[in-house]
Design a protein around this ligand. Structure first.
Ligand code: AMP
Ligand code: MG
Length: 526
């Protein structure tokens, strides 16, 4: 394989002195050298051609034995020294101390077409950061990460990418429901790819230890390689850096809200410093439009990471990052200004994003009211988010709103309702109210119905990775049938296209999936 891995970037940062996998506190170092664990019988389940292409890997190479060995962690390429990164984090609102790459191992960096990519294996064995766990990953969670990160990319959401999905041939013990019933599952490794895997927690750890020297080295490194437009390495430069991270984080969260993605575990160790969606665990996709929904059963009680809270939680996480880099700035006011900007920009960007989902090009004062009322209606009647917005594109501005209980005005979107029987009385009245305002509003726009639909179809996806879809792929893969992984992978490459042959995936969640584990309920066990 031509693939050249090297460590040039990361060499600039202080490394751990010992080379072993012992679990311990790692101080004054950003990473520890570590070797992936050899696996019994690696097998390629799937690889992403497009990502291979980004790295300069040909099709022939991607199906070679060497690829299999390297991206399952069984062979280390020359000139590279794999490492696991040290980070901490706030988990569910509380400082958790040192976490680190407990089951992620960076193989090195690849430079191709003037872009550098860090290459990381997830599930390749123990590292100094594994704490009490085994450093491994199971097939079920690896399929979820592999399919979703690529689907998110094709939806236009900033995300880490996935190169390959491999079975290791080893068995991994997991208590999937945390109910005292552990069982063996198939082990797997996903190769993830991103410019960097640095997280908010990467900075917090040094700050928490009062290690300003390493903190500054890491921030300078981050600015130099990932925020090169910032030239100062002083207070001003660090404020600009924080501002840029805040803006990228906000943009990412707005995109999550646009497509109905719920991350599930927005701990600060799962927040990328580049504003990328990272660490696909118990994530989920909104089916019924419910702002209070979270798929993560570990968070079922407080619902800290529910859909509607994501923008606020991102801001809370930014506050923790600000605390972490504060020793380099030593002034609170400019940081507070960034928080204020985040709040103002959020309102603006959220309204703009929702306008685009409604096909509105003008900005009007009352739009936020129109948006709020719609969200209220969507909550009142269980309504499938993806189908509703996609089909709203078929709504005509010539629609005549009836006086009586005639449901015809809802024809364009009726498929989206889970319980159409509930569309009566007051609920129906609210919908009629909203639709009549929407018609009035559309009439003030210059686009024709057809032009508006075209525009709406570029922001309202037809296909997302519905929770049960991933589970169907997992159930088949567990039996050795990878055809659904392949089918969904291809489907989600063109989420905004009609794809008439795939109509079955443009449907409401089947009833059996409403409460099935893996479909609407997921734990952190992976
Ligand atoms: P997560 O909730 O997946 O973001 O993980 C939180 C922390 O736990 C991170 O430091 C992970 O590296 C670590 N972790 C999760 N699963 C494992 C595992 N199976 N083995 C070792 N570390 C793990
Ligand atoms: Mg994580």
């Amino acid at each position: 394989m031509k693939l050249q891995l090297n460590d040039t970037f990361v060499n600039e940062l202080p490394a751990d002195e010992v080379m072993d996998n012992t679990r311990r506190q790692v101080v004054r170092a950003c990473y520890s050298f570590v070797k992936p664990t050899k696996t019994k019988a690696p097998q390629l389940v799937h690889y992403a051609k497009e990502v291979a292409h980004l790295l300069g890997i040909t099709e022939e190479e991607a199906t070679s034995n060497e690829f299999l060995k390297v991206f399952s962690g069984n062979e280390i390429l020359p000139n590279s020294t794999p490492y696991a990164m040290c980070y901490g984090g706030h988990q569910f609102g509380h400082w958790a101390g040192q976490l680190g790459d407990g089951r992620a191992i960076n193989l090195g960096e690849v430079e191709h077409n003037n872009q550098r990519w860090a290459i990381q294996l997830k599930g390749a064995g123990e590292t100094p950061y594994s704490r009490t766990a085994d450093g491994l990953a199971v097939l079920r969670s690896s399929i979820r990460e592999y399919l979703c990160s690529e689907a998110m990319h094709h939806l236009g959401v900033p995300t880490t990418r996935a190169l390959s999905l491999m079975l290791t041939g080893d068995k991994v013990m997991r208590d999937m429901l945390y109910d005292g019933n552990p069982a063996y599952e198939k082990g797997a490794v996903v190769c993830r790819v991103a410019p960097s895997f640095l997280r908010f927690g990467s900075y917090e750890i040094f700050s928490s230890r009062g290690d300003k020297k390493t903190l500054k080295q890491l921030v300078d490194y981050t600015i130099q390689h990932f925020y090169p437009e910032i030239t100062a390495r002083d207070k001003e430069g660090y404020i600009q850096f924080f501002n840029a991270v805040s803006a990228r984080t906000l943009d990412m969260v707005i995109e999550w809200q646009r497509v109905g993605f719920v991350h599930g575990v927005m701990n600060t160790d799962n927040m990328s410093i580049l504003g990328l969606t990272i660490d696909y665990g118990p994530y989920g996709w909104l089916e019924g439009y419910d702002k209070k929904w979270t798929p993560n059963t570990t968070d079922a009680q407080h619902k800290r990471y529910q859909f509607g809270q994501q923008p606020n939680i991102a801001l809370w996480n930014l506050l923790k990052l600000a605390n972490a880099i504060y020793p380099l700035i030593e002034e609170a006011e400019p940081l507070e200004q960034v928080f204020n900007e985040y709040k103002v920009d959020f309102e603006k960007k959220y309204a703009q994003m929702m306008r685009s989902k409604l096909g509105l090009t003008l900005k009007e004062e009352e739009d936020s009211q129109l948006i709020n009322q719609l969200e209220e209606n969507l909550r009142r009647t269980e309504t499938d988010m993806t189908i509703f917005f996609r089909n709203l594109g078929n709504f005509s501005k010539e629609t005549i709103l009836p006086e009586k209980d005639d449901l015809q005005f809802l024809d364009a979107v009726k498929e989206a309702f889970y319980k159409p029987d509930e569309l009566k009385g007051e609920v129906l009245w609210f919908w009629r109210e909203w639709m009549s305002k929407y018609v009035e509003r559309l009439k003030r726009e210059s686009l024709t119905d057809a032009e508006r639909k075209l525009k709406m179809d570029t922001v309202n996806p037809k296909y997302v990775l519905r929770n049960y879809m991933a589970q169907v792929a997992i159930d088949a893969a567990d039996k050795g049938d990878y055809s659904v992984v392949e089918e969904l992978f291809n489907l989600l490459k063109q989420p905004y296209d009609e794809q008439p042959d795939a109509q079955k995936w443009f449907a409401k969640r089947p009833e059996w999936a409403r409460t099935k584990v893996g479909c609407s309920m997921l734990s952190c066990s992976s």
